[in-house]
Write a protein that binds this ligand. Sequence first.
Ligand SMILES: [Cu+2]
Length: 494
Amino acid sequence: MQLGFRRGLLGLALVALSTMAHVGSPDTFFVGNAGAYPVRIVVRLPGVIPGRAQVTVRITDDGAARDVQRVTMRAAQWNLGIDGAPPPEVAKAVPGDSALYAAELWFMTATSYQLFVSVDGPGGQGTAIVPVLALATSLRSMDRPLGLVLAALGVFLAVGMLTIVGAAVRESVLEPGIVPDRKRRRRGRAAVAATAIVVGLMLWGGSRWWTAEAESYRNFVLFRPFEAGAALRDDASRRVLTLEIHDPRWTGRPIATVRYNALMPDHGKLMHMFLVREPGLDAFAHLHPVARTAAGLAFDAEVPPLPQGRYRVYGDIVHESGYAQTLVATVDMPGAGAQAWERTDPDDSWFAGDAAPEAAVSRFAAADGPAIVWQRGTASIAEYEERTLTFAAQDAGGAPLALEPYMGMLAHVVIAREDGSVFAHLHPAGSISMAALQKFAGPSTHTGHMMPAQGDLSIPYAFPKAGHYRIWVQMKHAGRVITGAFDANVRPRT
Ligand SMILES: [Cu+2]
């Protein structure tokens, strides 16, 4: 009966949530190796937890794909490990594509997982460990017809209950055909009244229970990044940006056993911060603020001489649980200031200017020679569709440039939608947090992704919604960071 209330309550609770580790882009893309097998793994979340995620595993080498006999996977919660995981799920070969395997995997808890993907072949078994954040990003509402049907059934049951109790008290002990006297009729009415009170209490209790469940899902299951605020302070000719976390879940004394435990560094830095000017997306900075105290409640970074305007501030952090999140804030940058920029961190960089227009091949040439090329291909980009973003660094003449790792990666790719509702930070290893990967799979996994020092870098991604985006690509050559900017337009899915 309480089901009748359900629809209305959930209707109220239905909010469009757009923030998560990355922002608005919860799916996991991974490129790596399962032993001898090069794999690309995509985990698409169901939105609600518990829920079933779609996992696909592509063997990216044709020869290796022919040898594969079996692909299995297990998802283990970060704090339980493989021993606490359900038995392995066998992925099915996708008909028509001999290199692609797919499975559905249950995620029961909204937390950080290690996904073990094992590939069996004549050469033995190889396993890739993929950090996956099982995030609940949506509230499901009940559709109206179902709600109405359930409400009608509830009314029918309640009225039925009253009728049965009334009739039972009034005449159940009478012989058939005998009309109940006044006393019996009065007792019957009293019983109906008493039952109505009980039924009313049941409905009220049910509604309370339902509200409490919905509330607890919203508070503890549904993903919400830490609340944070950004502020600027001009100090002589320097400008300092402070990102402060003020969230009851982050007190400065993290508990080791919960997913919001201590922060761990990603490439030696506790926070990777990105500033994006909106709505033009025409200025960008990649900074590494320093925590003011060990508690990690506030982070300071010196701001480069960015043009004035309103900036969205994204702060990527990773907890020791492997749980990665992006803090989001906005800040109004006044003109002038930051004349003397002293990098807080030697890897800090920034860029202001227009992007190369989207094309089958877009070339972004930096002022003094080097260029970054995006091989989009002739097909336009569709919402939700998995595709490979392929970039290369070239000199002015078009010859490939030798790349050096920039913070351990051959490329950092940052994607932002013009309204700030989507933000993603990708690497050649995919969308996963590198710190979480190293934590789960060991430090050696990391170097594997730095192998090709020249040539094209391909990164799998699916734009989560249609709209206008900018892509910044950062690579390092001869000790210098090159930043390229590209326009991208994503069409609605057909
Ligand atoms: Cu960074």
